[in-house]
Design a protein around this ligand. Structure first.
Ligand code: F6R
Length: 613
């Protein structure tokens, strides 16, 4: 939530900053702003609304200067308006700051500053930080770096910040605690950002700043990293593996549609090097290398949020079925605050696309402090969760930019399937036939998904019938229950239509009362071991006048005879099948949202990377 960008070098800073903001807009998009030092002027332009609004506003302004910082906001303290937009300026007008995170003790700090004569223009916690830094500097007569170090020792909360001083036009100071911060190293120039997407165009060399560290970024000098006690830290320079075309929409109208259609290739990337089809062998090395720890575990706990939590539920079914190890799935936000029982023999898997979700990261820290072994399954390379875990596996689906998660979900399920297979083989809890058959179906997944994507035109037409429905129910059983939850989440987040996912058999314990011919009911009824039972559930709906859209396996005749509409997907056994069934649900949500004129890639109130609790 909130994206920060910075630049110091020989280029004009403004175009670099604005382009960077566009790349980070998925993190928040309710206001945007930029601060530039030009000569001895500090120019700040900021406005409510999207980055494009900032650009229109800045067209007539002086945007010169080759050092600057910029911000795209997802509001926490203070409504989205021009005044609360970042950057925020100190009382004297000398310092400007941008911030991603939350200052928890801002009220106490603010009261003390007010007592010392400081006045505040905005309602933000961020303005408190910049005023505090200025106050410390002027009252101690110290350097800005020293003032920052002293101030940050007083700040409680999460932050990635960047700070510039109009009297020092060659330096950016940037610090982090619990919010991401990356510095890009160019030739005679530096970039900084919340993730690498604004940087990749200029350099592939980056440094991930750690918690409690400050990057001292000086024009023409080597990067320095120090902690709050001014002790120098060593750092690794990493190479980015991202490419620019992954960050652009290409010929697609939205990132979400591009990402849905990318799934055959993202699944190929996800399994590449992990499945050896000649040898009928799958090795997820992070799990294989730690197999003793996994196999000695009394239980595995998977913690996640949102879509990742749905993937975790499928992981639970897979690991329990193949490995016979008990698995619990927890919402990270509940887990971290409910004093859970965690043994040092437990394995905790943290599942997160962004690798930055604040609650999931806090769950990692909690489980770690109790001695559990922590395994991360993430997408964003170099993000905070993979760096905090003992071991893990990337899903390798490339940057996901649409706020609604699509390709990350299918990548997460695929990695969890490979993890279950790796452990099951080591444990001897899976018979060879099932092991080989499951591997072969994972290898076929890209073609199976291609088959499901052929439904695109049919779903586009079908979506027109349901555009104005006010409620949807999604039903599935077994592996398809989490798929139903995921289908409902996709619809509600991008179309703003109320939708609920339910285990199909639970319908008769309550939701059956909702059935009428107004509410579409999407049922996943593919050919699996629970098929007959799902068919009975469809009969129950039809007996009450409900309208059913069924996702069925190719060649199905039974459901075709009962349901109002059917969408046929290629037939596959679990877990490949539940991945394939997800595709039409993603497309249906997408087209309904488009029909309603919604901003599919940036739905209201949401942000891609939830770095606040
Ligand atoms: C839904 C969605 C969110 C995320 C959730 C967790 O489409 O994207 O529900 O799944 O915020 O995010 P990560 O996986 O980054 O931890």
């Amino acid at each position: 939530m909130c994206g920060i960008v910075g630049y110091v070098g020989f280029r004009e800073a403004y175009p670099v900053l604005v382009k960077g903001l566009h790349r980070l807009e998925y993190r928040g998009y309710d206001s945007a702003g930029v601060a530039l030092v030009n000569g001895n002027a500090l120019n700040i332009y900021k406005t409510k609304g999207k980055v494009s609004r900032l650009e229109r506003f800045a067209e007539t302004q002086n945007v010169g200067g080759n050092i600057g910082i910029a911000h795209t906001r997802w509001a926490t303290h203070g409504e989205p308006n021009d005044v609360n937009a970042h950057p925020h300026c100190s009382e004297s007008g000398t310092l400007a700051i941008i911030h991603n995170g939350i200052v928890e003790n801002y009220a106490v700090l603010k009261a003390a500053l007010v007592e010392n004569g400081y006045t505040f223009r905005s309602c933000t916690d961020t303005e408190v930080m910049v005023q505090l830094i200025e106050y410390v500097r002027s009252s101690n007569g110290c350097t800005l770096l020293e003032a920052l170090q002293i101030a940050l020792r007083q700040v409680v909360g999460a932050y990635a910040i960047a700070l510039i001083d109009k009297n020092d036009p060659d330096r950016i100071l940037a610090a982090r605690r619990s919010s991401p911060l990356v510095v890009g190293l160019g030739n005679d120039e530096y970039f900084l950002a919340s993730d690498a997407t604004p940087i990749v165009e200029y350099t592939d060399k980056v440094v991930y700043i750690d918690d409690g560290e400050i990057a001292v970024i000086d024009r023409g000098k080597p990067l320095r990293v120090v902690n709050f006690d001014n002790v120098e830290s060593t750092f690794d320079v990493r190479r980015l593996e991202m490419s620019i075309c992954q960050l652009e929409k290409g010929s697609y109208p939205h990132f979400m549609l591009k990402e849905i259609f990318e799934q055959p290739s993202t699944i190929r990337d996800c399994i590449r090097g992990r499945i050896n089809i000649e040898a009928d062998r799958v090795t997820l090395s992070g799990a294989f290398d730690n197999r003793e720890r996994f196999l000695a575990a009394q239980r595995i706990v998977i913690v996640a949020c949102g879509t990742s939590w749905h993937a975790a539920l499928i992981g639970e079914y897979l690991i329990e079925e193949m490995c016979r190890i008990p698995v619990e799935v927890e919402y990270a936000s509940e887990f971290r605050y409910r004093n859970p029982v965690i043994h040092n023999s437990d394995v905790v898997i943290d599942l997160s696309q962004s690798g930055e979700t604040a609650d999931t990261l806090a769950a990692v820290e909690l489980a770690k402090s109790k001695g559990a072994f922590i395994f991360g399954v993430c997408n964003a390379v170099g993000s905070s969760i993979p760096r905090a875990t003992d071991s893990g596996a990337y899903i390798h689906v490339g940057p996901e930019i649409g706020v609604a998660s699509t390709k990350a979900f299918t990548g997460q399920v695929t990695v969890l399937a490979m993890l279950a297979l790796t452990l099951a083989r080591e444990k001897g809890s899976i018979d060879r036939e099932q092991y080989i058959a499951t591997i072969r179906h994972l290898v076929q997944l890209p073609q199976l998904i291609e088959g499901a994507l052929k439904l695109d035109g049919q779903i586009r037409e079908l979506s027109k019938i349901f555009t104005y429905a006010r409620n949807f129910l999604y039903l599935g059983r077994g592996y398809n229950y989490p798929v139903a939850l995921e289908g409902a989440l996709k619809l509600k987040e991008i179309s703003y239509i109320h939708a609920e996912g339910y285990p199909a058999a639970e319908m008769k314990h309550g939701p059956i009362a909702l059935i009428d011919n107004e509410m579409p009911i999407i049922v996943i009824a593919t050919a699996d071991s629970l098929y007959d039972k799902t068919v009975s559930n469809i009969e129950e709906i039809k007996a009450r006048g409900g309208r059913v859209v069924a996702i069925v396996s190719e060649g199905d005749t039974v459901v075709r005879g009962i349901a109002d509409y059917v969408l046929e997907v290629p037939q596959a056994p679990e877990p490949a099948s539940c991945i394939v069934s997800t595709i039409p649900l993603q497309l249906l949500a997408y087209y309904i949202a488009v029909n309603k004129g919604r901003n599919v890639d940036q739905p209201r109130n949401l942000a891609k990377s939830v770095t606040v609790e």
